[in-house]
Design a protein around this ligand. Structure first.
Ligand code: FEO
Length: 398
């Protein structure tokens, strides 16, 4: 069985490796496995754990903790985030010491109650709160939505170590633990960000602001290598990836279109021409050919999303549903939308897509329009009016 690893004096990694994991949470590919990092911090008066591990790995975890302290003597567990890959062994810590104090956010307390279905001693922390373990001070930074509402960062003041849970992590399971002992893992680091953190770019900006000026010697995330020599690189990467969308200049419409027989595309072209005339630039995506990453980038820069869809078999086609599914994987710049399309037998798709956008908290800025087969001159006039309404709404929001 693996052994614990010293991070600095009085701080040990007591996490576990999961090298053969190939899909995380049944959602995200993990071609290089992952680790569940937990840290034991020993002060002269108290001992704290920062997070635990996934439940099936609890035995190995407690074995590592036992190299340093009888687990029944743990005083504090800091729960940076309650997702079970980190909170999975909290119940067993409580079994061993029911009096252990759980330091966490208010949201985490609520989640943990429903994850554990038992009572525990919670200490709710706020921004800047500290606990002194005896020569080792833990300070808490409230960072909601990185990537759950419950998330906090913990900072070890004397050693200048940041424990940001999932943020700055990577699903990557190296033989060694520290970044300066292994090959670079940038692709895994970036892919992890795209899967886990990208939907919360505005929250990342808030968190980075709270960390400004904080001396940080190492970033100790909950997945993947400890960044002993590249903590600043990780932070700067997040700052770059999460920069606020550009502002100024003409607003931009993202138009995502699927057109089986050219009718929806003809409508799109008329709408686009009118939008440009009204002062709104247009970026057009043919949904049958688009690269997901290009579309996701565009969503993060667009002031309005327009979807053009035919109705096929009384439904919107799969490409359209896929484009809608990608919305929750990013931080859209704006949540304004409108829908148009054509149909032959029946025209349900426009209404269905409108309902989906509404469900995603989009505000519809024009009533959807839908025409049978080839749009007439009169239909195209309606398309121009549709574009005028969209432009007016977007320019008003500017
Ligand atoms: Fe690694 Fe959100 O749990």
């Amino acid at each position: 069985m693996d052994k614990s690893i010293r991070v600095v004096e009085g701080v040990h990694w007591v996490g576990v490796r999961h090298p053969d994991l190939r899909v995380f949470d049944d959602l995200f590919p993990t071609r290089n496995g992952t680790t569940y990092n937990s840290y034991l911090i020993e002060g002269t008066e108290k001992t704290a754990l920062i997070d635990t591990v996934k439940e099936p790995f609890a035995e190995e975890f407690f074995s590592k903790v036992s190299e340093h302290i009888d687990p029944t003597k743990i005083d504090i567990v800091v729960v940076n985030h309650t997702e079970p890959d980190h909170s999975g062994a909290v119940a067993q810590v409580l079994d061993k010491n029911p009096d252990v104090q759980i330091y966490c956010s208010k949201a985490a307390e609520n989640f943990l109650k429903q994850l554990l279905n038992r009572s525990f001693n919670a200490v709710i922390v706020n921004d800047g709160d500290e606990v002194d373990l005896g020569g080792k001070t833990l300070r808490f930074i409230i960072t909601p939505y990185l990537h759950w509402p419950d998330t906090i960062f913990t900072y070890l003041v004397e050693e200048e170590l940041l424990f940001p849970c999932d943020a700055f992590g990577a699903h990557y399971c190296p033989d060694k633990l520290f970044d300066d002992e292994i090959n670079e893992f940038y692709a895994d680091f970036h892919f992890y960000f795209d899967c886990i953190v990208r939907p919360f770019k505005d929250k990342v900006r808030d968190a980075l602001k709270k960390c400004e000026g904080l001396p940080i010697k190492m970033v100790c995330p909950s997945h993947g290598p400890i960044r002993r020599s590249s903590g600043q690189f990780a932070i700067e990467s997040y700052a770059r990836w999460c920069a606020a969308p550009s502002s100024g200049g003409r607003p931009k419409a993202l138009m995502a279109v699927l057109s089986s027989h050219g009718n929806t595309r003809d409508m799109a072209n008329v709408i686009a021409t009118e939008l440009k005339a009204q002062g709104v630039d247009v970026e057009m995506f043919a949904l049958s050919e688009m690269r997901d990453d290009d579309y996701r980038d565009a969503l993060e820069q667009a002031d309005v999303l327009l979807i053009g869809t035919p109705t096929i078999q009384r439904d919107a086609p799969p490409h359209v549903w896929h484009a809608l599914a990608l919305i929750s994987s990013v931080t859209p710049k704006a949540k304004l939308g409108a829908v148009f399309g054509s149909f032959g037998w029946s025209g349900e798709a426009v209404k269905m897509v409108e309902q989906r956008l509404t469900g995603l908290k989009y505000k519809l800025v024009a009533d959807g329009i839908s025409f049978r087969f080839t749009p007439t001159m009169e239909n195209m006039d309606v398309c121009r009016s549709f574009a005028e309404q969209v432009a007016a709404a977007v320019l008003t929001e500017e």
